[in-house]
Write a new protein. Structure first.
Length: 319
């Protein structure tokens, strides 16, 4: 019988693993952050997450079944993960119809227009998020204040995020304890640093990701914001505030590490992470948007093929 070697597109998973196993592993790692969002934003967090996940699943099924005429692959976990990550980048009072549009863009444009899982250039959830941010800036930057176990949704009380407080009213910045626990305004997934770090530890333990990208991003942001804070502490806040606020931890741990859109070699991952950290810092400190993590990841997604070309992993058995 003829022996054939089939080489599939990325993501290439180490032996003993599978795409679905790793996707569901990431979903498990997101559970602590999801529970924190449910506690502080209540019904709104649940509605946004359920609508986002359901919309992503339906969009992927319809596109695969009727447009691409392929067998739907809903239960490999990738569409569910895209829905969760999109929801984690949204405020808890976002109207349902806007969430559905974001899901359609994430799956239809960010993922399926490139051929589906393994061939998309950009992180699908971030494509959906940035599209909504540009198209609906008012709704996407209206942030409910924490209201434990709240039953409010569209009528939730709103306030400033930590990043906007940095620019306009530094006295409104919450304490480090509150930021660690999640008691602050923001999107569903950017609150609760401890919960996100628990997920990070779980994924490292399960070897779903490596430390290179998250550490490179976090280290770069801490170094550059620390330099600016040292130069002018009255204008630039403590780097620890940058670490615990916005989507830095969410992006560094769960989005920049996406298998398909990040480099393959460890050295390439570090270069990629440093690039994200620098762009994020520049946008946060000098740009018109208070947060730059989403833009930074998408920009470096575009550079991933170039990084892979110039920084290649060692050949198997090579020195």
């Amino acid at each position: 019988m003829e022996n054939s070697l089939y080489v599939s597109p990325s993501p290439h998973i180490h032996g003993g693993d599978s795409i679905s196993k790793n996707m569901y592993g990431v979903l498990i790692a997101l559970i602590p952050a999801f529970l924190v969002s449910l506690y502080y934003f209540g019904l709104g967090a649940l509605i946004v997450t359920v609508v986002s996940v359901a919309s992503c699943l339906i969009a992927e099924y319809l596109i695969q079944k009727f447009l691409l005429q392929k067998t739907p692959t809903l239960w490999d976990g990738s569409a569910i993960l895209t829905g969760i990550l999109l929801a984690f980048n949204l405020p808890s009072n976002l109207p349902v119809w806007i969430i559905i549009i974001g899901a359609l863009v994430a799956i239809g444009i960010g993922k399926m227009s490139f051929g589906g899982l393994g061939t998309n250039i950009f992180n699908p959830a971030l494509v959906g998020r940035v599209f909504l941010l540009i198209s609906f800036p008012a709704q996407m930057t209206t942030w409910p204040v924490p209201d434990p176990l709240s039953t409010h949704y569209l009528d939730a009380e709103t306030g400033a995020t930590v990043l906007s407080a940095m620019q306009w009213d530094s006295s409104a910045i919450p304490s480090v304890k509150d930021m660690l626990l999640g008691n602050m305004g923001g999107s569903l997934g950017e609150i609760g640093a401890i919960a996100l770090l628990i997920g990070f530890a779980f994924m490292l333990w399960r070897k779903i990701i490596t430390w290179h990208i998250p550490v490179a991003i976090i280290g770069t942001v801490l170094i550059f914001t620390g330099i600016m804070h040292g130069i002018n502490p009255t204008t630039y806040v403590n780097p620890l505030i940058h670490l615990l606020s916005g989507g830095l931890l969410l992006g560094a741990i769960f989005m920049a590490t996406d298998y398909v859109t990040s480099p393959m070699s460890k050295a390439g991952m570090i270069v990629y992470g440093i690039g994200i950290g620098i762009i994020t810092t520049v946008i946060r400190l000098f740009g018109s948007y208070p947060e730059g993590m989403s833009f930074a990841i998408l920009i470096m997604n575009a550079f991933t093929p170039l990084i892979n070309s110039y920084i290649q992993p060692k050949h198997f058995g090579g020195k």
